[in-house]
Write a protein that binds this ligand. Structure first.
Ligand code: IFM
Length: 480
């Protein structure tokens, strides 16, 4: 990143100073070729968009795709807002060329998409479904033809129902099935895809799907079984990394895309900063921490007690197979903490009821999360290559009489978060969530995260104000 005097805070201060001199709006601040603006992000920084198969593809019964746990879950009464399902979603399966054209218009150089496991393997075993595979080959062709690099996520929550019927992530067989699937994908598309993400947000699909039941498959497991599911998720990640490497071309890169829970210091003193770092390590103990350290923390095992997961030393070795990069999905703060005054350790503070949040109540507005997330990752585990694999916000988008969607809050969110990316941390790219409004899991279509508005009746896509904002940022490789 650029030096701190080139930050937006610096810009704002200069703007004030110029304003006082009656020079506001001078060329110095506005010209796109101003080196001050140009130097904001490093050369070659990867700007991208992120999506996931189940949220946009639709065509859930086309070309031999089998049902996933989300198809089953969406059919259960009361599970999805307004009784929605993703049978059609954005119909990206058929409209992918139009969607690639939207990416091209934004100027992105990278597209993070996910592969629907049940399109390739509707059942546990067998040869991959050629028609399912052909869709991803067509998508990759289209991306490459438009100068957009494909980044593929192997698992974004759409487990084949056939595997859930055999125990899902509670079963070690699903872990092996994931490795087999990952190896197949790397063999089939690894010649043209240079970056693979193993599992997207292990924390989300495990805690919400098997812990409190608000996500598919809708289970509320007792503690010991839930701990085992967590362990299977990280084990699948490790085996997935190995399978991709064993089956893909040399030089291909692979890593996780995790929604790291970030602890922020309440007030930035050295002690609080250290306490926040320590808290982040503990808060991610069953996910990124075990992946990057090869052991569960003492505190995690102690708290789990008799319910702790069953694992072997060999499992830990697999889980911590070295990765090429770490992807982090960054939204709101995980917690605010401060160092304890008299004893070692940290204290977590509850968010006051008046704490600002975006349209989704879980999405607290704390831009500094994007400052601390890569910094802590780098400090704690010496991660040398980081991608922000998701960042974005929901907004109460609604077209006005002229069909414009002026999502000023999303523009504010993106601007303030992006302003927090600074020098000193090896962030290589940023994928905004998301290209399009889409099926937002249990929230159905009521919550919109896209840079493009989707009219679900006609499937028409309309760029929002945030799309123009992002296009300008990419064009200038700087905040505008
Ligand atoms: O839509 C989700 C995505 O699937 C995973 N990360 C968070 C997004 C917003 O909730």
């Amino acid at each position: 990143m650029t030096s701190s005097r080139f930050t937006r805070r610096g810009l704002a201060a200069s703007a004030l100073a110029l304003g006082a001199l009656g020079l506001a709006g001078s060329k110095l601040l506005k010209e796109p070729d101003d080196p001050f603006l140009k130097s904001r992000f490093p050369e070659g920084f990867r700007w991208g968009t992120a999506t996931s198969a189940y949220q946009i593809e639709g065509a859930t019964q086309a070309d031999g795709r089998g049902p996933s746990i989300w198809d089953t879950f969406a059919r259960l009464p009361g599970k999805i807002r307004d009784g929605a399902n993703a049978d059609i979603a954005d119909d990206h399966y058929h409209l992918y060329k139009e969607d690639v054209a939207l990416m091209k218009a934004l100027g992105v150089k990278a597209c993070r998409f996910s592969i629907a496991w049940p399109r390739l393997f509707p059942e546990r075993r067998g040869t991959p479904n050629p028609k399912g595979l052909a869709f991803y080959q067509r998508l990759i062709d289209e991306l490459l033809a438009n100068g957009i690099e494909p980044y593929a996520t192997l698992y974004h929550w759409d487990l084949p129902q056939a595997l859930q019927d055999r125990g899902g992530w509670e079963s070690r067989d699903t872990v092996q099935a994931f490795a087999d699937y990952a190896g197949t994908v790397a063999r089939q598309i690894g010649d043209r895809v240079g970056h693979f993400f193993t599992l997207n947000e292990m924390r989300s699909f495990v805690e919400l799907g098997y812990g409190n039941g608000v996500f598919a498959p809708g289970l509320t497991l007792p503690k010991a079984r839930l701990h085992q599911v967590r362990h299977h998720a990280v084990l699948a990640h490790g085996l997935g990394v190995q399978a991709v490497r064993a089956n893909g071309r040399a030089g291909l890169k692979v890593g996780p895309a995790e929604n790291i829970t970030i602890a922020l210091p309440d007030v930035e003193t050295q002690r609080n900063v250290r306490a926040a770092q320590e808290a982040t390590r503990e808060l991610n103990a069953p996910y990124l921490t075990v992946i990057l350290e090869g052991r569960y923390t003492d505190q995690y095992l102690k708290a789990a007690g008799a319910d702790a997961p069953r694992f072997t030393e060999a499992d830990l070795k697999t889980i911590s197979t070295p990765v090429d990069f770490v992807g982090i999905n960054v939204y709101g703060p995980g917690a605010f903490v401060r160092a304890r005054a008299k004893t070692p350790g940290y204290a977590e503070m509850p968010l006051p009821a008046s704490y600002p949040h975006m349209k989704s109540s879980w999405l607290g507005f704390a831009p500094e999360t994007l400052y601390w997330a890569p910094r802590q990752l780098h400090k704690l585990w010496n991660v040398k290559e980081i991608y922000v694999t998701e960042n974005g916000t929901s907004s109460a988008d609604k077209p006005d009489a002229d069909d414009r969607i002026d999502d000023l809050d999303r523009v504010m969110f993106l601007r303030e978060y992006l302003a927090q990316l600074r020098e000193g941390v090896p962030v290589r790219g940023y994928f905004v969530w998301s290209l399009l409004d889409n099926f937002e899991w249990a929230d159905g279509y009521a919550t919109r995260f896209g840079l493009h508005y989707v009219d679900y009746k006609t499937l028409k896509r309309t760029p929002k104000l945030s799309a123009s904002f992002y296009r300008k940022v990419i064009e200038r490789n700087a905040l505008v």
